[in-house]
Design a protein around this ligand. Structure first.
Ligand SMILES: Cc1ncc(COP(=O)(O)O)c(C=O)c1O
Length: 404
């Protein structure tokens, strides 16, 4: 029997490393897009665990997959393969440009694998001079030291001593700035096909096509970080499928496990062959429990009905947020795509995104921020329309408290 003692928010400060500042509310259970906290207060979830709970909380297909696999086999390590990993890999390959899959446990690990693969490919094929990696300012690719350095935000990457080298940053949506950096020494360009953490910024069609063309001209690999944009979030299985631009390597995580930790790196046979036996690995990557859940996520999300739903729900959010703005004049713009939406605060509310998040929580709706000036929404892809309407009504009360 485990010992019982109070597990309130105060305990966090006693026993946890202080790198997070969690809210006072501790949710204890969830169903669909609603969660309940320790005091049984009900909240509507517009945050989705930061674009992770692609099918909300406790979706029956995912619960069943986890239970079924939980009674079969939990873990083997990569000394052996397993059926769920093979099934999930086959489905990812069948539904994308990719021929090969590498499984990890998170977004950062998927990106770490992608960057190491790109470096290894360039070394094998062109020699050691081709090592430059270009990414974009305000990008975010995870918190390992390689990925955080590739992400273009000093606030996250500085203060840890010498960084991995040969990494440069161009301006997003500015092809000239990429042109000025790229050369035959560039081994890869890593980009989010919509910047998430960096402020919900969509690429223009000319820019994203131009990035592909510049990579081709300089024999550089194009890596799409689809950790946040993948698994139906923008209305297609992966965002690249609606952009007319195909990457050489694609990384996935977050929504892929719907809340169970898993990541994947997808690529072609020709590139994959450079990660030879022993060059890279992970104890848990391809874990049967994670892959069984991932397979259930793909089976449930990868349907025309879910993708159409994402587009319709996008419009419900945009209309609702515009109506709130018409009354309270707090946003300059509602932007984003699918169910990754940013409400950009106007000059009167600069730096106050967190205040809106806190006020919304007090009214019973969980939201996110993307930087200090943007309130972000990344709900379940199958959030019921009634929950969107009710959640926006609660959000409006929060806006009224701040701006009314
Ligand atoms: C685009 C992108 N890449 C990578 C990551 C890192 O993923 P993880 O936190 O699972 O390592 C994130 C997380 O927010 C992300 O948004």
């Amino acid at each position: 029997m485990s010992e019982h003692f109070p597990v309130g928010r105060e305990l966090f400060d006693d026993v946890m490393v202080p790198n997070y500042a969690p809210s006072a509310v501790i949710p204890v259970r969830g169903q669909g897009s609603r969660v309940w906290d320790q005091q049984d207060n009900e909240l509507i979830d517009f945050a989705g665990g930061i674009a992770v709970n692609s099918l909300g909380h406790c979706h029956p297909a995912l619960v069943n997959a986890l239970k079924e696999q939980g009674e079969k086999i939990w873990h083997l390590s990569n000394v052996m393969t397993n059926e769920p990993a093979l099934r999930l890999a086959k489905k990812l390959v069948d539904n994308t440009f990719a021929d090969k899959v590498y499984f990890s446990n998170s977004g950062a690990e998927s990106n770490e694998a992608a960057l190491k693969l790109a470096r290894r490919w360039a070394l094998d094929v062109y020699g050691e001079d081709k090592s430059q990696i270009i990414a974009f300012k305000q990008g975010f690719h995870g918190r390992t030291f390689f990925t955080v350095t590739v992400g273009g935000q000093a606030a996250y990457s500085d203060g840890f001593g010498p960084k991995p080298g040969a990494i440069d940053h161009a301006e997003y949506n500015n092809l000239d700035s990429l042109k000025a950096l790229i050369s035959d020494k560039t081994c890869a360009v890593m980009i989010e096909p919509l910047q998430g953490e960096g402020g919900i910024v969509s690429p223009t069609p000319e820019f994203i096509q131009g990035v592909r063309d510049l990579c081709d001209q300089h024999n550089a690999l194009l890596i799409f970080d689809e950790v946040q944009t993948g698994i139906g979030r923008l209305g297609t299985l992966y965002a690249y499928q609606d952009l007319g631009v195909t990457p050489d390597i694609l990384t996935s995580a977050k929504g892929l496990g719907g809340g169970f930790p898993i990541g994947a790196m997808l690529t072609t046979t020709d590139i994959a062959k450079h990660l030879k036996i022993g060059t890279h690995g992970s104890t848990y990557g391809g874990n049967p429990l994670a892959c069984a859940v991932g397979e259930a996520v793909i089976d449930t999300v990868n349907t025309a009905e879910v993708f159409e739903g994402v587009k319709a729900k996008h419009q419900l959010y945009v209309d609702g947020l515009n109506a709130i703005n018409a009354k309270y004049n707090v946003f300059t713009e509602i932007r984003g795509k699918g169910l990754l939406i940013g409400a950009v605060l106007n000059e009167n509310y600069q730096g106050k995104a967190k205040d809106f998040l806190v006020a919304a929580m007090a009214e019973g709706v969980m939201t996110l921020v993307a930087g200090a000036n943007i309130v972000r929404f990344a709900p379940s892809l199958v959030i019921p329309n009634e929950d969107i309407v009710e959640g926006l009504a609660r959000f409006e009360k929060a806006v009224a408290k701040i701006a009314g």
